[in-house]
Design a protein around this ligand. Structure first.
Ligand SMILES: CC(C)(COP(=O)(O)OP(=O)(O)OC[C@H]1O[C@@H](n2cnc3c(N)ncnc32)[C@H](O)[C@@H]1OP(=O)(O)O)[C@@H](O)C(=O)NCCC(=O)NCCS
Length: 221
């Protein structure tokens, strides 16, 4: 199993996998410093890069930030473009479309953005990832974490999770996540990132939509 990227500082390469790091032109090459809560390495650049190679992948200048009110329309479009394609083979067409209608409409997204609960990733000013957190009773929960298909499998998901965690109140001791049982790759991803299995809530009609709950204990030292 691969190492969780959340457990090590950003900027440390994974096993033969792509990773995200900040290359800071104002630091001497070979040195390291903390910039905006992340580890930056010295060198030419001044941008988020991912890839194992020293050379940046052309066009992959990634920035991660909290969403602003003027992002709402783009976030809704992102949901409409990618959510049905992702869920159709897992839970069926109708249920996949219902996910967009229910969770990616302008009212819902506006509320979450206004609450400071949404993180976005951009590549060359294009939206390539959306994450949303919220609360269920006293528990903090990841409600969304979705990347553009071209940006999956390169270590961006853990960086977005890290940004969500950084926004949590200081006394938050845990972060939960819910995943459809059919979304096995996502479930494996959360397991690898340290989210322990809690319980499965059965769906009354479609077992693919049983909800798997996991929890990450936060030691924010
Ligand atoms: C799940 C997701 C956020 C992970 O972010 P990421 O940056 O791709 O994750 P990493 O690069 O650290 O690791 C890749 C791992 O993510 C998981 N993963 C889940 N869905 C994946 C996908 N569609 N493509 C690639 N990897 C995926 C796999 O476990 C993969 O590991 P593997 O290559 O050994 O199978 C991202 O892949 C994604 O957006 N997937 C589709 C949407 C989704 O299922 N979101 C979760 C909803 S709760």
């Amino acid at each position: 199993m691969r190492q969780s990227r959340l457990e090590r500082p950003p900027g440390r390469p994974g096993r033969g996998n792509a990773y995200l790091r900040y290359v800071a032109p104002f630091l001497p090459p070979g040195s390291e410093a903390t910039v905006g809560g992340s580890t930056a390495e010295g060198g030419e650049g001044g941008l988020w890069r991912y890839g194992d190679k020293e050379e940046p992948i052309v066009g992959d200048k990634i920035s991660i930030r909290s969403a602003r009110p003027d992002d709402v329309e783009t976030i809704c479009r992102f949901g409409a473009a990618h959510i049905p394609d992702h869920y159709r083979p897992l839970i069926g067409n109708e249920a996949a479309q219902a996910q967009v209608d229910r969770w990616w409409n302008a009212n819902r997204i506006t509320q979450a953005v206004d609450g400071g609960q949404v993180t976005v990733a951009e590549s060359d000013d294009q939206l390539v990832g959306v994450a949303e957190r919220g609360q269920l009773g006293p528990s903090h929960v990841v409600w969304k974490l979705y990347l553009h298909p071209d940006h999956r499998g390169k270590g961006l998901g853990p960086e977005m999770l890290r940004h969500l965690i950084d926004q949590l109140p200081a006394d938050a001791g845990a972060l939960q996540v819910e995943v459809f049982e059919a979304n096995r790759r996502a479930d494996e991803f959360y397991e690898r990132e340290g989210f322990r299995y809690v319980r499965t809530e059965p769906h009354p009609v479609n077992p693919a939509m049983n909800i798997v709950w996991r929890e990450l204990k936060l030691d924010r030292g």
